[in-house]
Every structure is written in C-alpha cells, then in structure tokens.
Design a protein around this ligand. Structure first.
Ligand SMILES: [Zn+2]
Length: 205
C-alpha cells in the first residue's frame, strides 16, 4: 500500500538539494524509497536545480582539459557491485539494542550527527506503553514495520511523520505486530512523568 503521510514540499526540496543533516536525510530517503509520489516530486526539484546550473556564467576551461578527463576515465576499471537486497533494518548501521521498558527497545544509528541530535530505531511491542512527550526541536520519523496511532491519525509502514515543539503526543501501537520506526530528532525529547523520564534517559533520546 502507498504511504498516506508525506514530508512537506519544503522538506522534499531540502532533501533533493542535499541540505538535510545525514540522519534527517536518511529518514526522508526511506520514505521516498517507498513513495512514488514523493520520488516524482524529488526528481522535479532535482531537475529545477539542474536547470539553474544552465544560468550560471560560462567559465573558460584550460586547453586539453576535456581530453585529460576522458583519458583518466579510461584508466578507471569499474567493478559491478551487487545491490544490497537485505531488508532496511538489517542494512542500517545499528548500535546494540537497549531494552528500556518491557517490549520496548532502542538502537542508535551510527551516522554523522551533531551532539544534541539523535538518530535511532525504536521498536514498541503491541501491548507496550509509550510515554506522553514533547519535542525540543524537529523530529522526523518513518515507520519501518507495523503501525501506530496518535492524535494525528494512523501511521503505517512507509508513512512519514513530522513533529516539532508544538506537538505533545502519546503514540499507541496499532494492530497486532510490533511497531518499528526510524527517528531523527533535533535536541532531546521531553517526557511527562517520572517513568517516562527514566525510560527516555535510559534510551538516550
Ligand atoms: Zn510520499
């Protein structure tokens, strides 16, 4: 089924021009990989950026530059690389899982990020509880498996969710399988209640 929740046009434009931080780009990339509608929009943004290059003033190349470049290309031996067909969860460079509550684990994704940001996979079992929380900054999320529900609706595999400091929510697992999501967050989450604070501290999110 096609995803029903998509990134905004601004987020897709930043993704197309490569200006998102790596963790945030990773989350958008997973959604774009499963969403034909957003792939088409990203291609359109890329084409617009490419067309803008045509408007730049022409520069003079050194004589022989083209011949030298072609000669260098001839020296490179390309070896075909087999595509990695493993499920995304197996391909992500995950740190070891940390169990933070019954049925709930978190694994950090080993990707470049600023010290205050977090990039991680969260798995919540079907009967596990999550803590109501607020956000310090932007949060990008894509559902990898299963589904959850919050005040904004139901989010299933491939769906993208955006939250910021205006959002205060308590997602609940929907359906009968574990819900696994990939997150990139700017700043730390702010859980309500002592149990939530302890769990979030343990999870380092
Ligand atoms: Zn989409």
């Amino acid at each position: 089924m096609s995803p029903r929740h998509h990134p905004s046009a601004d987020i897709l434009a930043s993704y197309a021009t490569g200006t998102l931080d790596p963790g945030f780009g990773l989350v958008v990339g997973v959604h774009v990989g499963s969403c034909a509608k957003c792939r088409a929009q990203v291609s359109a943004f890329e084409a617009t950026s490419g067309a803008a290059l045509n408007d730049l003033p022409q520069a003079q190349l050194a004589s022989g530059a083209l011949a030298q470049t072609l000669a260098r290309l001839d020296q490179i031996r390309f070896r075909p690389v087999a595509p990695d067909t493993r499920p995304l969860l197996e391909r992500l460079p995950l740190e070891p899982k940390r169990w933070v509550a019954p049925g709930v684990w978190v694994a950090a994704v080993n990707t470049p990020r600023s010290a205050e940001d977090r990039v991680y996979v969260l798995s919540v079992g079907k009967s596990a509880l999550t803590a109501r929380h607020e956000h310090s900054g932007a949060e990008f999320c894509v559902v990898l498996k299963g589904a959850y529900r919050d005040e904004l609706g139901v989010f299933a595999a491939g769906d993208f969710a955006f939250a910021d400091s205006d959002v205060n929510h308590q997602p609940v697992v929907e359906g009968d399988q574990d819900c696994i999501c990939l997150f990139a967050t700017e700043g730390r989450l702010k859980p309500h209640g002592l149990i939530g604070r302890l769990a979030f501290e343990l999870a380092d999110v």
